[in-house]
Design a protein around this ligand. Structure first.
Ligand code: NAD
Length: 392
């Protein structure tokens, strides 16, 4: 098990970010993903925002050097290139229309790139960037952020080991209901650009959602090569046309396997819901992101098995990046983070003499620690006396 230790043979990469500012939807996930282990990336410089002042304020609030919070990405690349300790990698977490130009400029500045999806608008741009990256000897990676779940690696290894037979059908769905109400199209910073073809690209939900799930199907079934597809798309909120808020796609693979994808942002009542079912000639695998620690393995004619994250019976591929260990489910680290946040708030309030806040923050304090001791001792006393009532 990995437990977050260092896996690279050097100091953490000096890492910069373009976009992903204070008000963004995705910035926190980038920072958390990159820096959680404290061993891989170090946030060193940023052009976080369209608003230079907001960028600076936010960077300083994160403890960054104000001089390395830049008004725009061009200035950041220029200034950082002058420093011996300049950034080595940059993240592109802006609205879609900027991905290509920022990635290109970053490669030209000699940086590795981690770019948001959907990568660019045209495949030709991708080919051009591929050539440039090769010339520069740099990596361009894409943040299909759901694809790191351990059980997806388990699915891949089971498919490749033939545990489900030959794959015949791939059933994909990323269909939520969060854009049922069109108000956000005009008001929310993060939604306005998503329904503007100039900024979002040739699609809304196909780019915003289904690219994730499509990549996950490629990850799980690397042997399948997509040959043809048929897509029907709708703008149920009329003002979104020509961009779709719902789409159905049928797929044909080169080896005769078939697939389907449902992508939607108007699937009313569904709060998340990324579903993947891979059907083979002997068995099927099914996973969904609301229960990421469970993988269903269904062999024809046998009861369904539920494989659980971090268990020893999983294939080594599914344990390679495991941090938490069995018994500790995926979301646990959120609980720890919430606790640490409260510890910091209460310690800060205490230092400032703000007793009102100290009184009101709910966290496991000294009293609760003492209650725990009393509980253990009373239980032990009761049990040792032959399971009798004892005073606490
Ligand atoms: P958002 O509108 O919430 O945030 C965009 C951020 O980029 C803001 O901080 C904004 O100020 C900044 N920005 C805009 N123009 C800029 C510029 N010229 N220079 C520097 N910063 C600029 O958008 P979001 O939802 O965070 O999406 C950003 C990107 O991330 C999109 O490509 C989106 O598709 C992608 N995304 C990916 C995931 C995922 O799971 N991988 C999740 C959400 C969004």
């Amino acid at each position: 098990m990995y437990l977050g230790e260092k896996l690279i043979k050097r100091e953490p990469f000096r890492w910069g970010i373009v976009g992903g500012g204070k008000t963004s939807q995705v910035g926190y996930k980038h920072r958390l993903g990159a820096m959680r282990d404290n061993t891989s990336f170090l946030l060193t410089a940023a052009a976080f925002d369209v608003d230079a002042e907001r960028c600076r304020e936010f960077g300083v609030s994160l403890g960054m050097d104000a001089d390395r919070c830049y008004p725009d990405y061009k200035t950041m690349f220029e200034e950082e290139a002058k420093r011996e300790d300049g950034i080595e990698v940059v993240d592109v977490a802006t609205p879609n229309f900027l991905h290509y130009e920022v990635t290109k400029a970053a490669l030209e500045a000699g940086l590795h790139v981690i770019c948001e999806k959907p990568l660019f608008f045209e495949a030709e741009q991708g080919e051009e960037i591929k050539k440039l990256a090769e010339e520069k000897g740099k990596i361009v990676a894409v943040t299909y952020g759901f694809s790191g779940f351990d059980l997806l690696s388990q699915m891949r290894s089971m498919v490749l080991n033939g545990d489900i037979g030959e794959v015949t059908m791939v059933d994909l769905r990323y269909a939520h209901g969060f854009a049922c109400d069109p108000t956000g199209d005009k008001q929310a910073e993060g939604q306005k650009w998503r329904v503007d073809p100039a900024k979002s690209g040739p699609s809304f939900v196909l780019g915003d959602l289904s690219t994730h799930t499509f990549y996950m199907s490629e990850l799980i079934c690397p042997q399948l090569k997509l040959k043809q597809l048929l897509c029907d798309r709708q703008s149920f909120i009329k003002s979104r046309a020509p961009l779709e808020d719902n789409a159905y796609v049928l797929m044909r693979y080169e080896n005769g396997a078939v697939g389907r994808m449902w992508a939607s942002a108007v699937n009313a009542g569904d709060m998340s819901s990324q579903h993947i079912r891979i059907v083979g000639t002997k068995a099927s695998l099914e996973w969904n992101d609301m229960h990421p620690d469970e993988l269903y393995y269904e062999v024809q004619g046998q009861p369904r098995q539920t494989l659980v994250r971090a268990m020893d019976y999983l294939n080594p591929e599914a344990l390679e990046y495991e941090r938490l260990g069995a018994l500790h489910y995926t979301g646990l680290i959120d609980s720890w983070s919430n606790l640490y946040k409260r510890f910091a708030v209460v310690m800060d309030a205490k230092d400032r003499g703000d007793e009102e806040t100290v009184k009101n923050v709910i966290y496991p304090d000294l009293e609760h620690g003492i209650d725990g001791i009393k509980w253990i001792n009373a239980c032990a006393e009761s049990a040792d006396k032959g399971a009798v009532w004892v005073q606490v």
